[in-house]
Design a protein around this ligand. Structure first.
Ligand SMILES: [Zn+2]
Length: 110
């Protein structure tokens, strides 16, 4: 037998209330978490600190080993995120430079 529309609505409201109360502690935790500096949305992977800062960097990435001694460095200018508590730094290599690094890796492997 089908439930009356108003019964369905009541059931829905009831389960909504249940979901809401289950989420309440999560919500509270979310709101009470330490605030991240702007641009930073993850705690430090090494120590969990949110005390991080964003910098600009220039970096010459060198291929290791004697056989690569004549190979030019790949220059990147990434955003650098530094944990001000433990010193762990993180950045992403832009796609074009990443291809240069990957290409050379293939040549070395083959
Ligand atoms: Zn850290």
């Amino acid at each position: 037998m089908l439930a009356e529309p108003h019964e369905l609505l009541e059931k829905q409201a009831e389960s909504h209330e249940k979901a809401e109360s289950a989420l309440r502690p999560v919500k509270a935790l979310y709101l009470s978490r330490p605030r991240f500096p702007s641009g930073i949305d993850m705690p430090c992977k090494s120590c969990g600190s949110v005390n991080q800062s964003e910098f600009r960097a220039e970096m010459g990435i060198h291929f290791p080993g004697l056989k690569n001694i004549d190979k030019p460095a790949v220059w990147v200018f990434p955003k650098l995120f530094v944990c001000l508590d433990c010193g762990t730094a993180e950045f992403a290599v832009p796609e074009a430079e990443l291809r240069l690094l990957a290409k050379d890796d293939d040549a070395a492997a083959g």
